[in-house]
Every structure is written in C-alpha cells, then in structure tokens.
Design a protein. Sequence first.
Length: 371
Amino acid sequence: MAESEKFDVDAVRAALTKEDSPWEASENALTRLSKSQRAVLLGVPLPDEEEQNKLNSRGKKIRAEVAKADARDAAGLPAQFNLNDRGGVSYVSGVRNQLNCGSCVAFGSVAVLEGTARFTRGTPTLDVDLSEAHLFYGWGSTVGVDCNTGWMPIPALTFAVNRGVTYESEWAYSPGNSNGGSLPSTWEQHRGKATATADVTNNIQSLKNHLTTYGPVTGCFVVYTDFFSYHSGVYQHVSGVQEGGHCVAIVGYDDTLGAWIVKNSWGTSWGMNGFGYIKYGEVWIDTWSNVGVTGVHLRTWTAGKKVLGAYATGHDRNGWIYVQDNGWLRVGGLTGTSHLAMFADLLTAKEKSAYINAFSDDGVVTQTYTY
C-alpha cells in the first residue's frame, strides 16, 4: 500500500481528543485496506447536493428535538431497547462480512428480514438464514444492480415482499458471486417472504415503535473517513471527508446515550464485534432510508429437530407443536383425520425424543418424517 494511502488512526484519535473523545478509534481490518479497497464496501449511491442539504437540515432538526427536555417518548417506550440483548438473548442474526462488494443494502435488508422473523415469533433461536446473494445477485441484477452500482433498501425489500428470498443454503454469498452460485429451481420451497414494508424515515418515534413492535430497520448514511476506524462509543463525524454511502441494520436505541444501535456487515473486527452506536440525527442515519417489514412468512424444512412441546384446543384441526429452533407450528392436514394422524405421529416423536424433519409453510406443518 502506498504511504499516501495509509489510514492514519492517530490523526483520528487526535481529532477525537479535541472533541472530548465522544468515541474511540482503533486499527482494524478496514483501516488496513487501501482507499480504493475501502471504497468498494460503500454500496449506497450518494444523493445530489440539493438532497444532501435537505438531509443535513433534517439531521439538525432531529438533534435539536432530542436535546429538548420533553423529547422523551410520550407513548411509554422504554429508554433503551436492544434486539441483540433482550434479557440475555438475541433476536439478531450473526455479524457477516460483505467483503469486496458494494452489497451492504442486501446485508442490511436480510438482517431486517431475519430479525423480524425471529422477533415477531418470539423465537430468538429461529433457524432462519436467508440469502444475501439471491437478493443482490439475483433480484438486484434484474434492475441493473452489481457490486459497483450499489442499491437502496426500498427496492430491495420490495423484492422480498413481492417475490421472496431463498435461504443461504440454497445460494451462498461470495463477493461478486465468485463462487458461481445460482438459484435452484426448487427455491420457492425454501424462502422467506415479507408481508409489507414500512418506511419510518425521518421519524424517531415511528422508528422506535417499529423496532419494539416488529424488529430491525435499515439505516443508510454517509460515511466519512473516520468511520472506518470506529471501535466503541457513540459515533459522530469528527474528521475526514465523505467517502460514500453505506447501509446497516438498526437493531436498537439508547436514549441515555442518544444513539441508535447498529449491526454492520464489515465483519467482527470493526466496532464492538461488528456492532456500534451512531448518534441520533448524525450522518443521515435516521433521515435517509429507514425501512422495515411488518412480518416474514417462512417456507422450509426444519431438518433434524426435536418436538419440545405440544398442545391442542377444542377447535377442529388446531393442534400445535413447538419445534426446536423453529418455535410454535400449527399441524396441518386437509381433513380432521389426516390432522389427527399427523399430530399423533408428532406426539410420539416428542415422547421418544426422536428427530423429525417437518415442512413448514408459513407456520403450518404439511409434511413430516420421523427418524
């Protein structure tokens, strides 16, 4: 790497000291890259100057609002909320690495889908790992998206609503799709499909309401040079120039710190094992493109799990089972007789602690195998 391209972490630290050190900088995998390599990671096209001025004004207004004594939510929302730590459990999928491709929108959007699927079901261990490759290289390519163009959350999540996204096991991610992955013909038997999108951009209370009701939302923002070296604390722009646009998943907030909790897609060496805080109203994080979904239908096989619980009501064909890493699923069956037969087989599997492989179509078991 040429000397002029070296990332100067000490210069960022010096700038932070002048600002009373609102956050901590450190070397990481990003700061060891060249400037051109870092640029590839920024997959959200920056708006024109007029739109940037509007975004800056919105951010200034939000910072003024949260600074007021009466800014605390009147609807009774908690002062802190973190989907990555709800009583010691996490509804957030693991931190991933987009590598050298501007596919951050796909990672932020898939994090929204996975987190919403888990949180709305109350099942933090839900076995859902959706394919960023399908969303980005599959659906994105149909509208001219690639590693160099980047994308935006609304069109990405609209594909998740209208068409759905398959599982990672069906199409594994690699930068630039270098592994030659493609969509199998049976992908619709293994997919997540969102119910509807919700745009909560530029509205802190709506964003918080969505987080506490449904799950994560996307957060697009402008990246300044210093952001690459973020390690901990509440990020706000201190030094450096605009490098490009980026997208993360907002997974919580902290009113005491005055910040959003974000999950990045640059691996675990950045930030606090891939997570971080960004100050309310800063770098367009809450004024540009904050989009969530209101639910996620899942269709897939449970693949070798145990039945951990079961119950039935007095209504016709209303038996339920709790499947390991899948939560509560309703037992199907076209007739009362077939429903009872399937339910009885699953109860037997529970009694024997046997493994089952059940096909779940939006929470309804339609086929089962016991072994």
